[in-house]
Design a protein around this ligand. Structure first.
Ligand SMILES: Cc1ncc(COP(=O)(O)O)c(C=O)c1O
Length: 367
């Protein structure tokens, strides 16, 4: 039988358990670690399947996430793309428009999925910027409200952190003003908080303070909670009620979602503390690295767990990356280039080595 040609896209993740990887928000998983995680869950708690994913282990995860996010109800979705999509659909109902950031995942990375599959027009604001202000939102809303043919806005989506803007975040006060405007105008507000926990760790503002402002929120299950895929959509009971019909409409492994729900449940245990420790350690590490003459790592003004690293003239950053890699430290200048800097993502792999060891690795790689 002819074999299909297998091509590999994207980057492989280092599997050495001592590797420190300044990319992505999570610790790299391996087939072994995932299987082990499932075996641990089965031994310690016991999986409960549910072919419709409306109860069992998925139900437990939904309850737990609703509690963490401070919302009345939560629903598992096989992808974050779907969680956002279902949120916009539900907020909009028969209204045909939603405001989003131009740099958002929803606008740039989903192939116009919402526009094409649900006939809702996403209107982009804040082109090439991290966020739009409440004032800009109000102006855009007024402009379109005066159109000859009425096409009402049903939803405003705020993504924060913004992955395509170096993980920078929308300031808390601006979110407050944006969501207050939505309430005043009777427009649904949705937070694409795929990386909400990174934002909270960076600002010190509790997760629930963010979610309380929005009618609905999505958070990722694989970006840091250790599941291989999936997302949670949370909101009021009436908002989530019956939404599983829509979820089913889009398919996506629902009968076996319980397997990954167990992994995500395990991943939530102690995560916020571990991540806070990683952020604290990394900020001390970057201070130490800034003592080296040829490296400068300073946070963005509205940064989260992503830090731009600049090198002095004459330092070849790709060569630096190759030399660091030999020491088990991974930076990605090609893939993570942003405004002339290399972006370093902080995740819990930074806890795998002492700062002294990491500084030494950089020192040696630079000489
Ligand atoms: C901000 C943001 N929203 C939504 C998504 C979609 O998540 P998923 O890959 O689970 O569809 C992503 C994925 O990278 C994302 O970064």
């Amino acid at each position: 039988m002819a074999k299909a040609k297998v091509t590999k896209e994207g980057l492989s993740q280092p599997t050495d358990p001592k590797a420190v990887m300044f990319r992505l928000d999570w610790e790299p998983s391996t087939p072994d670690s995932l299987i082990q995680g499932m075996a641990d869950y089965q031994r310690e708690h016991g999986y409960e399947s549910d072919l419709s994913s409306r109860g069992g282990t998925v139900g437990l995860l939904e309850q737990r996430m609703a509690e963490i996010l401070g919302k009345e109800a939560a629903m598992f979705c096989p992808t974050g793309t779907l969680a956002n999509h279902l949120a916009v659909r539900r907020h909009c109902g028969t209204k045909g428009r939603a405001f989003v950031q131009e740099r958002s995942h929803m606008y740039l990375d989903e192939g116009d999925g919402i526009q094409r599959l649900s006939s809702i027009n996403l209107v982009p604001l804040a082109t090439d910027r991290v966020y739009f202000t409440a004032e800009e939102l109000a102006a855009a809303h007024k402009k379109y409200a005066d159109s000859r043919v009425l096409n009402e806005v049903g939803c405003v989506v705020v993504e924060s952190p913004v992955r395509r803007q170096g993980g920078q975040i929308v300031p808390f006060e601006e979110m407050k003003a944006i969501t207050a405007f939505c309430r005043k105008e009777g427009i649904g507000s949705h937070l694409d908080g795929a990386r909400l926990f990174m934002m909270s760790a960076a600002t010190g503002i509790p997760v629930r303070k963010y979610t309380a402002m929005f009618d609905s929120v999505y958070v990722s299950l694989y970006k840091y909670f250790g599941a291989p895929f999936g997302g949670i959509l949370a909101g009021g009971s009436a908002f989530i009620e019956g939404l599983y019909h829509d979820r089913r409409r889009f398919g996506g492994g629902i009968p076996f979602a319980y397997l990954i729900a167990g992994l995500a449940l395990q991943g939530t245990e102690g995560f916020e503390e571990r991540f806070a420790e990683a952020m604290d350690k990394a900020s001390k590490l970057f201070e130490d690295l800034n003592q080296l003459e040829s490296i400068a790592i300073h946070p963005f003004e509205h940064g989260s767990n992503i830090f731009p690293m600049r090198v002095a003239e004459g330092v070849e950053v790709e060569r630096l990356a190759q030399r660091l890699r030999k020491k088990g430290v991974y930076i990605y200048p090609k893939e993570e280039a942003f405004e002339g800097a290399t972006l370093l993502h902080v995740n819990t792999t930074v806890l795998r080595r002492t700062n002294k060891q990491l500084v030494q690795a950089f020192e040696q790689a630079l000489t």
